[in-house]
Ligand binder design. Structure first.
Ligand SMILES: Cc1cc2nc3c(=O)[nH]c(=O)nc-3n(C[C@H](O)[C@H](O)[C@H](O)COP(=O)(O)OP(=O)(O)OC[C@H]3O[C@@H](n4cnc5c(N)ncnc54)[C@H](O)[C@@H]3O)c2cc1C
Length: 309
């Protein structure tokens, strides 16, 4: 990372309204608390600023968008190019007629659940338990307690790498289990959710149940990335991991959760490399014992640390 990308970008972007920062540590922005620096971390002021930046900067510069980092394993060498993290300019949430709710991509999922409950909109309480934001939920088709994002979102806005703004209906996103078929370069900026009429007290009680279940069944207070692997068709990843004898298995400061063995935990000072090696070792053992190839649900981003750093 010898080039001075910050100077280059500042010169290329006279109309920039958002913020650019060089070398921000991504460990501070991920649930695992690992990850090297972003060459540039960009916080757009709003959708127009975002479109201006991605359109104007050289198309050779890699662009990566992150949400609240609850599904990310960022490698120790960090991420080259521009890492985009949406903030305040994407934080609005509004109730619309017909049990609809419009939310910016930076709104945490839990706020979507709360706003829906306050407005008597049912069907969104599962978001109480997903610790990401709307952008991450749209990209991951986040789901829980028998519901997925694809069932409750009806329309989204997105900016592509050339700065074009798209408004897409849910069918155009080609959703499947923890997967969104929208082009990889699409950065979601907003979603419109559709719920059903409901009573606030009942919805709030449902949300309490979701929270209580989480507390009892998942290590939610730990440094983790949530479910590490997707459930293979007809099977549970945690059962395969358990059967492979990996519950509690450890590499360095990282271990497989005793409580829920599809969760990996950073005890305190694990590196990204240790967590990734732990995950790969679990995959290999599951393959050996059950013949199943587990697929990472967690998104692994960035480059390994340089050998001498
Ligand atoms: C304790 C715990 C419990 C969890 N429980 C669940 C659960 O029950 N169900 C579930 O589905 N997940 C769960 N997760 C995983 C995670 O919370 C979800 O995948 C969540 O939707 C990720 O959102 P995020 O904002 O943190 O995204 P990030 O982790 O930051 O990013 C995830 C992906 O989304 C992309 N992305 C983020 N923002 C945007 C955007 N604006 N436009 C385009 N792409 C974007 C990123 O590039 C990346 O590929 C859990 C995680 C933890 C730590």
């Amino acid at each position: 990372m010898a080039r001075d990308l910050l100077t280059e970008l500042n010169a290329a972007l006279p109309e920039l309204r958002g913020k650019l920062k060089s070398g921000a540590m991504l460990a501070d922005l991920t649930w695992f608390r690992v990850g090297g620096p972003a060459e540039i971390l960009y916080s757009p002021a709003d959708e127009a600023d975002l479109a201006y930046v991605v359109k104007t900067i050289s198309q050779d510069i890699p662009v990566t968008v992150i949400g609240l980092g609850s599904n990310l394993l960022v490698r120790d060498g960090g991420i080259e190019g521009v890492v985009i993290r949406l903030g305040k300019g994407f934080g609005d949430i509004e109730v619309e007629d017909g049990q609809r709710l419009r939310a910016g991509a930076a709104v945490p999922d839990v706020k979507v659940a709360r706003a829906a409950a306050d407005a008597g909109i049912s069907g969104l309480s599962f978001y109480r338990g997903i610790p990401g934001c709307v952008g991450g939920a749209l990209r991951m088709n986040g789901g829980a307690h028998g519901k997925e994002t694809k069932e409750v979102v009806i329309e989204v806005r997105a900016v592509d790498r050339q700065g074009n703004i798209h408004v897409l209906l849910v069918d155009e996103l080609h959703y499947s289990y923890r997967h969104c078929g929208a082009p990889e370069d699409f950065i979601f900026t907003e979603a419109l959710f559709q719920g059903e009429p409901g009573e606030p007290e009942k919805i709030l009680a449902e949300m309490d149940d979701v929270a209580a279940y989480r507390e009892s069944a998942q290590p939610i207070k730990s440094r983790t990335g949530g479910s590490t692997f997707k459930n293979p068709p007809g099977k549970k990843a945690w059962q395969l991991i358990d059967a492979a004898g990996c519950r509690g298995f450890r590499i360095g400061d990282a271990h497989v959760s005793e409580m829920h063995c599809n969760f990996l935990i950073n005890d305190a000072n694990a590196t990204g490399a240790e967590i990734e090696e732990l995950g790969e070792t679990v995959r290999a053992r599951v393959k050996e014992t059950s013949g199943v190839d587990l697929e990472w649900e967690i998104k692994r981003l960035g480059v390994p640390a340089k050998a001498n750093s």
